[in-house]
Design a protein around this ligand. Sequence first.
Ligand code: AVJ
Length: 324
Amino acid sequence: MSTARQSAGVRLTDYEPTCADFRSEFVAGLRRRPRRLPCKFFYDAVGSELFDRICETPEYYPTRTELRILEEAANELAAFCGPRCRLVELGSGSSLKTRRVLDVLADPVAYVPIDISHQHLWTSAVRLSHEYPNLELLPVCADYGQDLELPVSIRHAERTVVFFPGSTIGNLEPLEAIEFLQRIASWCQPGDRLILGVDLVKPVEILEAAYNDASGVTAAFNLNLLARANCELGADFALEHWSHRATYNPTWQRIEMHLVSASRQRVRVGEDEFAFADGEAILTEYSHKFSLRGARELARAAGWSPRESWTDNRTWFGVLGFER
Ligand code: AVJ
Protein backbone atom coordinates (compact mmCIF):
# COMPACT_ATOMS: atom_id res chain seq x y z
CA MET A 1 0.00 0.00 0.00
CA SER A 2 1.13 3.52 -0.62
CA THR A 3 0.11 6.84 0.84
CA ALA A 4 0.21 10.25 -0.76
CA ARG A 5 1.63 13.60 0.24
CA GLN A 6 0.74 16.72 -1.66
CA SER A 7 1.81 20.32 -2.11
CA ALA A 8 1.13 22.74 -4.98
CA GLY A 9 1.87 20.79 -8.14
CA VAL A 10 3.60 17.90 -6.39
CA ARG A 11 1.97 14.60 -5.47
CA LEU A 12 4.19 12.07 -3.76
CA THR A 13 3.42 8.35 -3.77
CA ASP A 14 5.03 6.71 -0.76
CA TYR A 15 6.33 3.15 -0.66
CA GLU A 16 9.26 4.07 1.58
CA PRO A 17 10.82 0.98 3.20
CA THR A 18 10.07 0.88 6.92
CA CYS A 19 12.51 0.56 9.77
CA ALA A 20 11.42 -3.09 10.05
CA ASP A 21 12.41 -3.66 6.38
CA PHE A 22 15.81 -2.12 7.10
CA ARG A 23 16.23 -4.29 10.20
CA SER A 24 15.31 -7.59 8.58
CA GLU A 25 17.44 -7.02 5.48
CA PHE A 26 20.37 -5.77 7.55
CA VAL A 27 20.34 -8.74 9.92
CA ALA A 28 19.81 -11.23 7.05
CA GLY A 29 22.79 -9.71 5.24
CA LEU A 30 25.04 -10.07 8.29
CA ARG A 31 24.02 -13.72 8.64
CA ARG A 32 25.09 -14.49 5.06
CA ARG A 33 28.58 -15.79 4.28
CA PRO A 34 30.32 -13.86 2.98
CA ARG A 35 28.42 -11.11 4.74
CA ARG A 36 26.82 -8.47 2.57
CA LEU A 37 24.56 -5.48 3.09
CA PRO A 38 22.27 -3.97 0.42
CA CYS A 39 23.69 -0.72 -0.94
CA LYS A 40 20.24 0.90 -1.19
CA PHE A 41 20.41 1.54 2.59
CA PHE A 42 23.28 3.99 2.07
CA TYR A 43 20.73 6.60 1.13
CA ASP A 44 19.25 7.98 4.33
CA ALA A 45 19.27 11.78 4.64
CA VAL A 46 22.95 11.86 5.66
CA GLY A 47 23.97 9.28 3.04
CA SER A 48 22.22 11.15 0.24
CA GLU A 49 24.12 14.31 1.22
CA LEU A 50 27.38 12.38 1.32
CA PHE A 51 26.66 10.94 -2.10
CA ASP A 52 26.16 14.45 -3.50
CA ARG A 53 29.55 15.36 -2.00
CA ILE A 54 31.19 12.28 -3.59
CA CYS A 55 30.03 13.60 -6.95
CA GLU A 56 31.98 16.78 -6.30
CA THR A 57 35.29 15.14 -5.38
CA PRO A 58 37.98 15.50 -8.06
CA GLU A 59 38.43 11.71 -8.23
CA TYR A 60 34.78 10.78 -8.86
CA TYR A 61 34.57 11.44 -12.60
CA PRO A 62 31.27 9.63 -13.52
CA THR A 63 28.84 12.39 -12.57
CA ARG A 64 30.59 15.26 -14.30
CA THR A 65 31.43 13.11 -17.33
CA GLU A 66 27.81 12.04 -17.74
CA LEU A 67 26.62 15.63 -17.28
CA ARG A 68 28.91 16.76 -20.11
CA ILE A 69 27.63 13.99 -22.36
CA LEU A 70 24.00 14.92 -21.63
CA GLU A 71 24.74 18.58 -22.31
CA GLU A 72 26.48 17.90 -25.59
CA ALA A 73 23.87 15.42 -26.79
CA ALA A 74 20.97 17.63 -25.64
CA ASN A 75 19.34 18.14 -29.03
CA GLU A 76 19.71 14.53 -30.06
CA LEU A 77 18.34 13.44 -26.71
CA ALA A 78 15.33 15.66 -27.10
CA ALA A 79 14.66 14.23 -30.56
CA PHE A 80 15.08 10.72 -29.18
CA CYS A 81 12.52 11.33 -26.43
CA GLY A 82 10.04 13.16 -28.64
CA PRO A 83 7.39 15.68 -27.59
CA ARG A 84 5.05 15.39 -24.58
CA CYS A 85 6.73 12.48 -22.82
CA ARG A 86 6.40 11.27 -19.27
CA LEU A 87 9.95 11.17 -17.88
CA VAL A 88 10.55 8.52 -15.22
CA GLU A 89 13.86 8.59 -13.36
CA LEU A 90 15.27 5.83 -11.16
CA GLY A 91 17.37 6.94 -8.19
CA SER A 92 16.77 10.60 -8.90
CA GLY A 93 18.58 11.95 -5.81
CA SER A 94 18.94 15.71 -6.29
CA SER A 95 17.70 15.49 -9.91
CA LEU A 96 20.82 17.34 -11.01
CA LYS A 97 21.16 15.47 -14.32
CA THR A 98 17.46 15.64 -15.00
CA ARG A 99 17.50 19.41 -15.39
CA ARG A 100 19.80 18.92 -18.40
CA VAL A 101 17.19 16.66 -19.93
CA LEU A 102 14.08 18.61 -18.86
CA ASP A 103 15.55 21.82 -20.26
CA VAL A 104 15.65 20.44 -23.78
CA LEU A 105 12.55 18.22 -23.91
CA ALA A 106 9.65 19.42 -26.01
CA ASP A 107 6.71 20.12 -23.71
CA PRO A 108 7.26 17.26 -21.24
CA VAL A 109 4.01 16.20 -19.58
CA ALA A 110 5.20 14.79 -16.27
CA TYR A 111 8.30 13.95 -14.33
CA VAL A 112 8.24 10.86 -12.11
CA PRO A 113 11.39 10.77 -9.94
CA ILE A 114 11.75 7.55 -7.97
CA ASP A 115 14.06 7.49 -4.96
CA ILE A 116 14.39 5.64 -1.68
CA SER A 117 15.40 8.78 0.23
CA HIS A 118 12.14 10.44 1.25
CA GLN A 119 13.34 13.85 2.39
CA HIS A 120 15.77 14.27 -0.49
CA LEU A 121 13.09 13.30 -2.99
CA TRP A 122 10.49 15.64 -1.55
CA THR A 123 12.82 18.64 -1.32
CA SER A 124 14.08 18.16 -4.89
CA ALA A 125 10.55 17.74 -6.24
CA VAL A 126 9.28 20.90 -4.54
CA ARG A 127 12.28 22.81 -5.85
CA LEU A 128 11.67 21.50 -9.39
CA SER A 129 8.01 22.47 -9.20
CA HIS A 130 9.09 26.12 -8.86
CA GLU A 131 11.57 25.84 -11.71
CA TYR A 132 9.18 24.02 -14.08
CA PRO A 133 5.69 25.36 -13.33
CA ASN A 134 4.11 23.61 -16.34
CA LEU A 135 5.43 20.19 -15.48
CA GLU A 136 3.39 17.77 -13.41
CA LEU A 137 5.63 16.37 -10.64
CA LEU A 138 4.81 12.87 -9.47
CA PRO A 139 7.60 11.69 -7.13
CA VAL A 140 7.55 8.11 -5.90
CA CYS A 141 9.41 7.21 -2.71
CA ALA A 142 10.34 3.55 -3.10
CA ASP A 143 12.98 0.90 -3.25
CA TYR A 144 12.59 0.47 -7.00
CA GLY A 145 13.79 -3.11 -6.65
CA GLN A 146 10.29 -3.82 -5.26
CA ASP A 147 7.04 -3.82 -7.18
CA LEU A 148 5.47 -0.44 -7.63
CA GLU A 149 2.90 1.22 -9.80
CA LEU A 150 3.82 4.33 -11.74
CA PRO A 151 1.56 7.36 -11.18
CA VAL A 152 -0.49 8.47 -14.16
CA SER A 153 -0.26 12.06 -15.40
CA ILE A 154 -3.28 14.32 -15.85
CA ARG A 155 -2.27 15.29 -19.38
CA HIS A 156 -1.88 12.47 -21.87
CA ALA A 157 1.76 11.46 -22.44
CA GLU A 158 2.85 10.45 -25.96
CA ARG A 159 5.40 8.08 -24.53
CA THR A 160 7.23 7.07 -21.40
CA VAL A 161 10.96 7.69 -21.23
CA VAL A 162 12.79 5.89 -18.43
CA PHE A 163 15.98 7.68 -17.43
CA PHE A 164 18.40 5.51 -15.45
CA PRO A 165 21.64 7.50 -15.21
CA GLY A 166 24.73 7.34 -13.00
CA SER A 167 25.63 3.72 -13.83
CA THR A 168 23.44 2.64 -10.92
CA ILE A 169 22.60 -0.42 -13.03
CA GLY A 170 26.19 -1.42 -12.14
CA ASN A 171 25.13 -2.13 -8.54
CA LEU A 172 23.42 -5.26 -9.85
CA GLU A 173 25.06 -8.45 -11.01
CA PRO A 174 24.56 -9.10 -14.74
CA LEU A 175 21.63 -11.51 -14.39
CA GLU A 176 19.92 -9.27 -11.85
CA ALA A 177 20.51 -6.33 -14.18
CA ILE A 178 18.75 -8.13 -17.04
CA GLU A 179 15.80 -9.01 -14.78
CA PHE A 180 15.63 -5.42 -13.62
CA LEU A 181 15.65 -4.03 -17.16
CA GLN A 182 12.89 -6.52 -17.99
CA ARG A 183 10.80 -5.09 -15.13
CA ILE A 184 11.33 -1.59 -16.48
CA ALA A 185 10.25 -2.85 -19.90
CA SER A 186 7.06 -4.16 -18.29
CA TRP A 187 6.17 -0.58 -17.23
CA CYS A 188 6.49 0.48 -20.85
CA GLN A 189 4.71 0.15 -24.19
CA PRO A 190 6.32 -0.65 -27.53
CA GLY A 191 8.00 2.55 -28.76
CA ASP A 192 8.79 3.80 -25.25
CA ARG A 193 12.40 4.73 -24.49
CA LEU A 194 15.14 3.90 -22.01
CA ILE A 195 18.15 6.16 -21.47
CA LEU A 196 20.80 4.25 -19.58
CA GLY A 197 24.06 5.66 -18.17
CA VAL A 198 26.97 3.23 -17.78
CA ASP A 199 30.46 3.70 -16.43
CA LEU A 200 33.00 2.22 -18.84
CA VAL A 201 36.00 -0.02 -18.17
CA LYS A 202 39.20 2.00 -17.82
CA PRO A 203 42.61 1.74 -16.11
CA VAL A 204 42.39 0.40 -12.59
CA GLU A 205 44.17 3.41 -11.01
CA ILE A 206 41.45 5.75 -12.21
CA LEU A 207 38.66 3.41 -11.08
CA GLU A 208 40.10 2.79 -7.64
CA ALA A 209 40.85 6.48 -7.05
CA ALA A 210 37.19 7.28 -7.77
CA TYR A 211 36.13 5.06 -4.86
CA ASN A 212 38.98 6.08 -2.54
CA ASP A 213 38.88 9.86 -2.71
CA ALA A 214 41.64 11.61 -0.78
CA SER A 215 39.19 13.67 1.27
CA GLY A 216 37.55 10.51 2.64
CA VAL A 217 33.99 11.27 1.58
CA THR A 218 33.47 7.81 0.08
CA ALA A 219 34.78 6.23 3.29
CA ALA A 220 32.32 8.34 5.30
CA PHE A 221 29.51 7.32 2.91
CA ASN A 222 30.35 3.63 3.41
CA LEU A 223 30.69 3.93 7.21
CA ASN A 224 27.42 5.85 7.41
CA LEU A 225 25.65 2.53 6.85
CA LEU A 226 26.87 1.41 10.29
CA ALA A 227 26.08 4.79 11.85
CA ARG A 228 22.58 4.47 10.45
CA ALA A 229 22.22 0.98 11.98
CA ASN A 230 23.34 2.39 15.33
CA CYS A 231 20.73 5.11 15.09
CA GLU A 232 17.76 3.22 13.67
CA LEU A 233 18.32 -0.37 14.77
CA GLY A 234 19.93 0.13 18.17
CA ALA A 235 23.19 -1.40 16.93
CA ASP A 236 26.49 -0.68 18.66
CA PHE A 237 29.06 -0.61 15.87
CA ALA A 238 32.19 1.21 17.11
CA LEU A 239 32.94 3.14 13.93
CA GLU A 240 36.62 3.55 14.79
CA HIS A 241 36.93 -0.25 14.58
CA TRP A 242 35.79 -0.34 10.96
CA SER A 243 37.44 0.82 7.78
CA HIS A 244 36.51 1.46 4.17
CA ARG A 245 37.95 -0.63 1.34
CA ALA A 246 37.21 -0.36 -2.38
CA THR A 247 39.15 -2.42 -4.92
CA TYR A 248 38.67 -3.24 -8.59
CA ASN A 249 38.09 -6.88 -9.50
CA PRO A 250 39.21 -7.20 -13.14
CA THR A 251 37.66 -10.66 -13.57
CA TRP A 252 34.17 -9.38 -12.90
CA GLN A 253 34.90 -5.83 -14.06
CA ARG A 254 33.61 -4.25 -10.91
CA ILE A 255 34.56 -2.15 -7.92
CA GLU A 256 33.86 -4.09 -4.75
CA MET A 257 33.30 -1.94 -1.72
CA HIS A 258 33.65 -3.38 1.78
CA LEU A 259 33.56 -2.42 5.43
CA VAL A 260 36.46 -4.17 7.12
CA SER A 261 36.62 -5.05 10.80
CA ALA A 262 39.82 -3.63 12.28
CA SER A 263 39.79 -6.00 15.25
CA ARG A 264 38.18 -9.15 16.60
CA GLN A 265 34.89 -7.81 17.91
CA ARG A 266 31.28 -8.48 18.78
CA VAL A 267 28.48 -6.20 17.69
CA ARG A 268 24.86 -6.08 18.82
CA VAL A 269 22.08 -5.23 16.41
CA GLY A 270 19.05 -4.93 18.66
CA GLU A 271 18.41 -8.47 19.93
CA ASP A 272 21.03 -10.07 17.68
CA GLU A 273 24.75 -10.39 18.23
CA PHE A 274 27.43 -10.90 15.59
CA ALA A 275 31.09 -11.88 15.98
CA PHE A 276 33.61 -10.50 13.50
CA ALA A 277 37.16 -11.73 13.00
CA ASP A 278 39.99 -9.24 12.68
CA GLY A 279 40.10 -8.28 9.00
CA GLU A 280 36.67 -9.76 8.21
CA ALA A 281 34.88 -7.84 5.48
CA ILE A 282 31.24 -7.00 4.81
CA LEU A 283 30.48 -6.41 1.14
CA THR A 284 28.45 -3.22 0.83
CA GLU A 285 28.43 -2.45 -2.90
CA TYR A 286 29.33 -3.70 -6.35
CA SER A 287 29.83 -1.12 -9.04
CA HIS A 288 30.16 -2.94 -12.36
CA LYS A 289 31.98 -1.32 -15.27
CA PHE A 290 30.86 -1.92 -18.85
CA SER A 291 31.85 -1.84 -22.47
CA LEU A 292 29.37 -0.05 -24.75
CA ARG A 293 28.81 -3.36 -26.45
CA GLY A 294 28.30 -5.25 -23.20
CA ALA A 295 25.77 -2.70 -21.98
CA ARG A 296 23.85 -2.92 -25.26
CA GLU A 297 23.74 -6.71 -25.04
CA LEU A 298 22.51 -6.58 -21.46
CA ALA A 299 19.60 -4.33 -22.38
CA ARG A 300 18.90 -6.23 -25.57
CA ALA A 301 18.56 -9.42 -23.51
CA ALA A 302 15.86 -7.60 -21.51
CA GLY A 303 13.79 -6.63 -24.53
CA TRP A 304 15.29 -3.22 -25.33
CA SER A 305 16.51 -2.42 -28.87
CA PRO A 306 19.67 -0.30 -29.03
CA ARG A 307 19.06 2.96 -30.91
CA GLU A 308 21.61 5.58 -29.87
CA SER A 309 24.82 5.92 -27.91
CA TRP A 310 26.69 8.95 -26.69
CA THR A 311 30.07 9.07 -24.98
CA ASP A 312 32.82 11.55 -23.98
CA ASN A 313 36.11 12.05 -25.83
CA ARG A 314 37.98 9.72 -23.42
CA THR A 315 35.18 7.10 -23.60
CA TRP A 316 34.98 7.02 -19.81
CA PHE A 317 31.21 6.96 -19.62
CA GLY A 318 28.40 5.97 -21.95
CA VAL A 319 24.80 7.10 -22.31
CA LEU A 320 22.74 4.65 -24.33
CA GLY A 321 19.31 5.10 -25.85
CA PHE A 322 16.98 2.10 -26.30
CA GLU A 323 13.49 1.55 -27.64
CA ARG A 324 11.10 -1.00 -26.27
C1 AVJ B 1 25.26 5.77 -7.50
C2 AVJ B 1 25.61 3.45 -7.50
C3 AVJ B 1 26.32 4.73 -9.35
O1 AVJ B 1 28.49 2.88 -7.89
O2 AVJ B 1 29.54 4.68 -8.50
C4 AVJ B 1 29.78 6.11 -5.42
C5 AVJ B 1 27.56 4.84 -5.80
N1 AVJ B 1 29.49 4.33 -4.30
N2 AVJ B 1 30.87 5.92 -4.66
C6 AVJ B 1 28.61 4.11 -7.93
C7 AVJ B 1 28.92 5.10 -5.21
C8 AVJ B 1 30.67 4.84 -3.96
C9 AVJ B 1 27.54 4.98 -7.28
N3 AVJ B 1 26.19 4.72 -7.89
